[in-house]
Design a binder for this molecule. Structure first.
Ligand SMILES: [Mn+2]
Length: 328
């Protein structure tokens, strides 16, 4: 039990790796977000902020397209991410990973599952990240990490989390996907991943999507004051809520989930994405549940962010998530 008035602790962990990616830009994103003041955004939300610097990553030349060694390098990075994430969780901090490309999730999901049991995954991304070596046309690992989380892919990458429980497909949610390869569509169905696209999200609303992801009735996503009032009025409902399983959530924000109009600074922009306010609302609702165990921001290439728009959009999402975390 935390002391009354204790502030929730959050720890920034930079992952300047683009070993799985199609270009060097995202490797500079941790530094760019720190310069932009990410620590102050978190502190202003009322969180106690730590920053333990960057996970060690093997140097990669700017002109090198990831080659044959990418699997070994990504595995090494993912082991580093797992160790740093585990250490934050042990210290009672919520890890905020800033990438780097989406493969950082390999270590993050493993650490959270080892710490708290099988996870629910909320994966915001224009892409599926569901390729395997058998279905990928490019071979790039940045298109594979969600498949790896579910136990499909290069043995060396699966080994990073092989001692931890894998998430169920039914507890894995792709949110805002709109550019999936044919092989990824087959994998999505075969792995049982749930897909809620931007159109559906708009049609049903963020509350409904949140309840779907959390697998809980409405009461569980109420703000704490409303929950307390209901608990006083209906102790049976409150008891049922307390008894329902509350698996930890890995919240993955690939910045290309946003529409390129708002976030041009990504590797593969895809039209038809979310507005920043939509992702901010969704991230806020998920974080208000108190179940988000790790937050990750990945695959932003701010070299392509010419007017600060992408950073502004990331800020909107981070601030909304952290406001909710501070109150959860
Ligand atoms: Mn991605």
């Amino acid at each position: 039990m935390e002391a009354v008035g204790a502030r929730r602790k959050i720890r920034i962990i930079g992952v300047p790796s683009t070993w799985g990616a199609p270009g060097p830009g995202a490797r500079r994103t941790p530094a760019r977000l720190r310069e932009a003041g990410i620590a102050a955004w978190l502190a202003d939300a009322g969180l106690e902020v730590q920053d333990t610097g960057d996970v060690a990553v093997a140097p990669q030349g700017d002109d090198d397209f990831p080659g044959a060694e990418q699997v070994a390098r990504v595995a090494e990075m993912a082991r580093g991410v797992r160790a740093a994430t585990a250490s934050a969780l042990r210290d009672g901090c919520l890890p905020l990973l800033i990438g780097g490309e989406c493969s950082l999730s390999i270590g993050a999901v493993a650490a959270l599952a080892a710490h708290a049991g099988p996870v629910t995954i909320a994966w915001l991304d224009a892409h599926g990240d569901l390729n395997t070596p058998a279905t990928s046309t490019s071979g790039l690992l940045t298109g594979m990490p969600l498949a790896i989380a579910l136990g499909h892919g290069h043995a060396e990458l699966l080994a990073v989390g092989e001692d931890t429980p894998r998430p169920a497909g039914a507890a894995t949610f792709l949110l805002g996907g709109r550019d999936l390869d044919a092989g990824e569509r087959d994998n999505l169905a075969a792995f049982g991943v749930r897909h809620i696209d931007t159109h559906t999200t708009r049609a049903v609303g963020p509350e409904e999507v949140t309840m779907e992801v959390l697998g809980v009735p409405e009461i569980a996503v109420m703000p704490p004051e409303a929950r307390a009032r209901l608990a006083a009025a209906d102790p049976a409902a409150a008891a049922a809520l307390a008894g329902s399983p509350r698996p930890p959530v890995y919240l993955h924000f690939d910045v290309d989930a946003l529409d390129p109009e708002h976030a041009p600074g990504v590797y593969y922009p895809v039209a038809g994405g979310f507005d920043p306010s939509e992702v901010a609302t969704l991230a806020g609702y998920l974080c208000a549940s108190g179940r988000v165990g790790v937050l990750a921001i990945a695959s932003a290439d701010l070299e392509r962010d010419f007017d600060g728009r992408t950073i502004g959009a990331i800020r909107d999402v981070v601030v909304s998530a952290c406001d909710a975390l501070a109150m959860a």
